[in-house]
Design a protein around this ligand. Sequence first.
Ligand SMILES: *[C@@H]1O[C@H](CO)[C@@H](O)[C@H](O)[C@H]1NC(C)=O
Ligand SMILES: *[C@@H]1O[C@H](CO)[C@@H](O)[C@H](O)[C@H]1NC(C)=O
Length: 342
Amino acid sequence: MFSKNYNSNNNIILMIFLVLEIIYLFIINVGTVNGDNYNLPRFEHPAKSDGSLGIMVVGDWGRKGHYNQSQVALQMGVIGEKMDLDFVISTGDNFYPNGLINVNDPAFDESFTNVYTAPSLQKQWYSVLGNHDYRGDALAQLSPILSRKDSKWFCLKSYILNAEIAEFLFIDTTPFQDKYFTNPGDEVYDWRGVLPRDKYISTLLKDLESALVESSAKWKIVVGHHTIRSAGIHGNTQELVQKLLPILQANNVDLYINGHDHCLEHISSIDSPLQFLTSGGGSKSWRGGYNWSNPNEMKFYYDGQGFMTMKITQTEVDINFYDILGNVLHQWSASKSLISTI
Ligand SMILES: *[C@@H]1O[C@H](CO)[C@@H](O)[C@H](O)[C@H]1NC(C)=O
Ligand SMILES: *[C@@H]1O[C@H](CO)[C@@H](O)[C@H](O)[C@H]1NC(C)=O
């Protein structure tokens, strides 16, 4: 009798531990329960043992290897090996022309798994959705089924990645742009989870602002698909200039990284430290278009294919843009003192 009771007590204790563990997992992944004032899922990616990070950024890529996508991928593999890559960031428009049909769409293998095959690229890919991804089953790309098919895949609409010395805030920018709602033409967008739109945008902006205010990371980096400032054919995204840019400037964001314009580009600010980096050269490119009037802001513009790398330490960030032959097209660095001055 006693031993039976003892066993069932043991089971209850085990159950309690299990429940506590589930609550704990929930707490480390969801900010609100943690006492934070935002509701964005939060993930951790450790820096290297020397405290540094090696990151690659590519955007606007999924074309089954065509339009030099395979060549870009090959060169990413070569550079990734040299720089000891920690993870890859995809700035969206992951699958052309209309996202994925569903989780079984063969385009996932044809445009992702079978293209980025280099050993150095078998790291976590942190992705956001672009406007083309919204033209298919937008939720398919967020499904854990894809991460089970290819463990390097990771995509959510908006989330935070804490990588010790740097915090990355991934933002779903497609819902911001008016024309997809007011003038969609023949395109059908999958707005599940986005409507009502005003509430979605205001909640996202509030969450982003709270997360930035609370962040104690040395480097704050915001990633979205759409441009804020760009000389390419899409140009500036006015909705983001109005709604997102003031939050980034007020909270000392160091870098805004995007795709959308199919080019490689670096625009600097003259009124704040914020840098605008476009890495949208993952496949189809060469679209012409250059519209920028202030030469003091424009640091680099390349209308062809390629990708960007970042090396980040406590005190320094180094940016490099590469073409498909592995030539460095543009280099830029910024430093901060070891002691935070705020
Ligand atoms: C592929 O890249 C080469 C070298 O940059 C370029 O000359 C060529 O036009 C590109 N091809 C396509 C289809 O974009
Ligand atoms: C160039 O950019 C400016 C400012 O963003 C914009 O007002 C203008 O319409 C653009 N011109 C063209 C030809 O796209």
